[in-house]
Write a protein that binds this ligand. Structure first.
Ligand SMILES: [Zn+2]
Length: 541
């Protein structure tokens, strides 16, 4: 007797193979039957010709703190996501240190939903135990953030680490890996990642490699210095001996549009040379980050509080304005956007009059220069702001999407209650299926599903997930391929998608036609280092 039988399904198994018609049976938390028979079951779901696919694995998330207020993480479940990987772009929820607790709290504030969350943990292992006690409806994995580790040991100092500090960072990394991190993430265009040399990263990554982990990187430049930045990422993977995941690959800045041809060729060359490099991508033309990220890195040395203090000085403001307008020697997002009119303020809770406006519109409203207003907004909100930066081109987005080493990810960053968000948070997976598969024909449905399931499962070494195969974990999404659509827009970013009928996690139905069932079978997934071969099997496509 099965627990659930899903019949009349178009089964897409996550390998990229063509769909086939059949029934899928679930017993406890495993897929127990795939075939044509109508076996007895406690519950039968008639898929009505909808697709049954493995639950989507979102390999690039910033939901680290979401579960404390929303343990189901409805925005992700509603897209068919059954596993999230957090700790991206250098920022993870742990490890923390007493010495730099305030600095790290400000740093993590960019991905935090609530201001008054007490962090009752110090190590990554303690954090994972903390969220494990919540009624999770979704599976959760994490990287350990290099930025968080560096900030915990040496704050936001723009200098090389001493031997003593290197030793402390290595210990923290090893503890985090042993607690279950899947690898290390970096955010090399943000402080403190931006202050870290290639050599330091190689040294740290060696300790992650020894535990079978991955190097997942938001590279140093996604605009003018993109090719150099990619070469650095590949170099780190080669020197430290670990696979590389290029996070949210994109081409920023009009002057660089079209360069995906060159970046993908570089990745192909690395792969044919035997280096395991893969990518992920969110399907939008706008990036999403804090407004602090629009300022030069030196202005942020010492952390958010130091930035706020510095911004009191008229000389500092003049210098920053000059560098934003004239200086080409740094990763300058305002320049990549082609100006302030392409920056949309989505979250600035203390200055709500500007939310939903571009920096240019906000400046007109305030009767100020955008280059002055941004300082006021950052100060009023104590650095906790977010914006959408329109700096990509559709052709590059499609090119990267088609590449066989590219996976789908949301890169969703939560906003505080009431504030807006980037639509990718609630729409990324449905947008691929509805817009890029059905309307634009960029990918076949089977390829798109593979990029959301089998590929990330293999990348992470989740050997029981990512495929509709017998004996695999019963993480399943049932969606209507003709109806699935993202509804989240820049104006209404949290609107849930349509066409996602059922979401099953660990054999339990957690979402039915958009409604939570209340089941909470979500698990914390821990990378198993012990007995793992130090080198992961090459991820093929
Ligand atoms: Zn990033």
């Amino acid at each position: 007797m099965l627990d659930i039988l899903i019949k009349n399904a178009k089964i897409i198994d996550g390998t990229g193979a063509p769909w086939f018609r059949g029934n899928v049976g679930i017993k406890e938390d495993k897929i127990a039957y795939i075939g044509k028979d109508n076996l007895g079951s406690k519950r039968t779901i008639d898929a009505g010709d909808a697709v049954v696919a493995p639950g989507f694995i979102d390999i690039h998330c910033h939901s680290d703190f979401v579960y404390f207020s929303d343990p189901a993480n409805l925005k992700k479940l509603a897209q068919g996501v059954t596993t999230e990987v957090n700790g991206n772009c250098g920022i993870s929820a742990a490890p923390l240190s007493e010495k730099y607790r305030k600095e790290i709290a400000d740093y993590a504030g960019t991905i935090q939903v609530s201001e008054d969350l007490e962090c009752n943990w110090q190590t990554l292992g303690q954090y994972l135990e903390e969220i494990e006690n919540l009624p999770l409806a979704i599976n959760v994995a994490t990287w350990v953030g290099q930025g968080t580790v560096r900030a915990a040991v040496m704050g936001f100092e723009d200098r090389a680490a001493t031997n003593e500090e290197m030793a402390q960072m290595k210990t923290m990394l090893e503890e985090s890996m042993d607690a279950g991190a899947f690898g290390i993430s970096t955010g090399l265009s943000y402080p403190p990642g931006v202050y870290t040399s290639t050599g330091e990263l190689v040294e740290l990554c060696k300790h992650v490699a020894a535990r079978g982990g991955i190097y997942c990187t938001h590279i140093r430049s996604e605009s003018d210095q993109q090719l150099e930045a990619l070469k650095e990422a590949i170099h780190i993977g080669v020197k430290a001996g670990l696979p590389v995941q290029i996070a949210h690959h994109k081409i920023c800045g009009q002057a660089n549009w079209g360069q995906s041809k060159d970046t993908l060729a570089l990745i192909d060359r690395a792969r044919s040379g035997g280096h395991d490099v893969t990518l992920d991508q969110y399907p939008y033309l706008a990036a999403n980050t804090t407004l602090n990220a629009l300022l030069p890195p030196w202005s942020q040395i010492g952390g958010v509080q130091s930035l706020l203090n510095r911004l009191k000085s008229e000389d500092v403001r003049m210098k920053i304005k000059h560098e934003i307008n004239e200086d080409t020697s740094w990763e300058n997002p305002v320049r990549s956007c082609g100006g302030w009119q392409s920056i949309l303020i989505i979250s600035a809770p203390k200055t709500p009059q500007y939310e939903g406006k571009t920096m240019l519109e906000a400046a007109q409203k305030a009767n100020k220069e955008p280059g002055d207003l941004i300082f006021d907004i950052i100060i009023a909100n104590k650095g906790k702001t977010a914006g959408c930066m329109f700096m990509m081109e559709e052709k590059d987005v499609k090119n990267i999407m088609r590449h066989p080493a590219t996976m789908v990810a949301s890169d969703g960053i939560p906003s505080p209650p009431g504030a807006k968000s980037h639509p990718r948070m609630a729409g990324a997976f449905a947008r691929i299926l509805g817009y890029y598969v059905r309307k634009e024909n960029v990918l076949s449905l089977e390829k798109a599903v593979k990029k959301m399931t089998g590929m990330p499962a293999r990348r992470l070494g989740l050997l029981q997930k990512g495929f509709v195969h017998l004996g695999f974990d019963a993480d399943i999404v049932v969606f209507d391929p003709d109806m699935v659509n993202d509804c989240a827009t820049y104006q209404e970013p949290l609107k849930p998608p349509t066409g996602i009928n059922y979401v099953i996690v660990g054999g339990k139905t957690v979402l039915e036609h958009g409604e939570l069932t209340g089941a909470h079978p979500g698990k914390v997934l821990r990378h198993k280092n012990k007995g793992a071969s130090p080198k992961k099997p090459f991820v093929k496509y």
